[in-house]
Write a protein that binds this ligand. Sequence first.
Ligand code: IPM
Ligand code: MG
Length: 355
Amino acid sequence: MVKNIAVIRGDGIGPEIVDQALKVLDKVAELYGHTFNYTDVDMGGCAIDKYGDPLPEHELKKCVESDSVLLGAVGGNKWNDVPGHMRPEKGLLRLRAGMGVYSNNRPAKIWPQLSDASPLKKEIVDKGIDFIIVRELIGGIYFGEHKTEGDVATDVLTYSESEIERIGRIGFETAQKRNKKLCSVEKSNVLDSSRLWKKVMHRLAEEYPEVELSDMLVDNCAMQIVKNPAQFDVIVTENMFGDILSDEASMITGSIGMIPSSSLGATTCGLYEPIHGSAPDIAGMDVANPIGTILSAAMMLRFSFDMPCEADTIENAVSAYLDAGYRTADIMSEGGTLVGCRQCGELIIQNLRKG
Ligand code: IPM
Ligand code: MG
């Protein structure tokens, strides 16, 4: 198959981690006889420097016209003082909205090889950590009106029933394919938008009788994720709660550097990115962990290109790499062999075997 991939290296460690993922994709293409064409897209701080805009229309167009988008990370201290609507992150939000990718899937799964890297007690980790956060990605407070007038700043949080319903369906469908437990997370003791959220989830539950729906307030959920993560199968939640909970969930699996994500909307053209940021403090030092990006590329093959064997090939290679004891600095522990970003990519490539 021939697939056209828009590639956004972005800022900070973005370029170095994306380069490793592309090398992995090239090797997979060779093994399975595919052709992956790459189109470079400028987004984030680098686009601000080049065009004075974090995501110019012509760059967004390349993404929308691609078969899928692979993204490293955007942002950095250098652009901290630019006005809000011009920040690098604004490019990312415009990209998500422009692609219509409302459903963000963030797995929190502990690799058995990394159970020591979790900050949780062993007896909690041993009960298992394997759940998915389905995060609504193009609504809520991120996309409401933002304004500052004198000494008052306002951000508006709005959800419509249809926005809740479409992400709710993804939550139920994801749970249906797994252990059939869906936890809807909101703040319905305070927010109107959360009360609407809860109502829509319960209405949908009637259409998915085999899925067991539970409700949880977001503050309690933050607590339960560290207290008893084994209770979760799929969590569905709104944009900002999902942002916060997915960072928390990643940490209990050892490192945010390991976690990929997929974002999809009405078509198979998806956005694939690690959930971590651009880590400007370690940019260009060849110490970043590229696995979050490499696994994001695997998700692209699985969810957008219908290439499950190819995706398994990548995930198995990551597992074999971890089995061999190699560790980037973020997950380094006693007895491991410390490797850099590039070497990590190369070692994973050596473990790619056609399934
Ligand atoms: C994420 C990031 C982004 C978000 C930022 C960079 C805008 O934190 O993907 O989780 O808040 O969605
Ligand atoms: Mg985040």
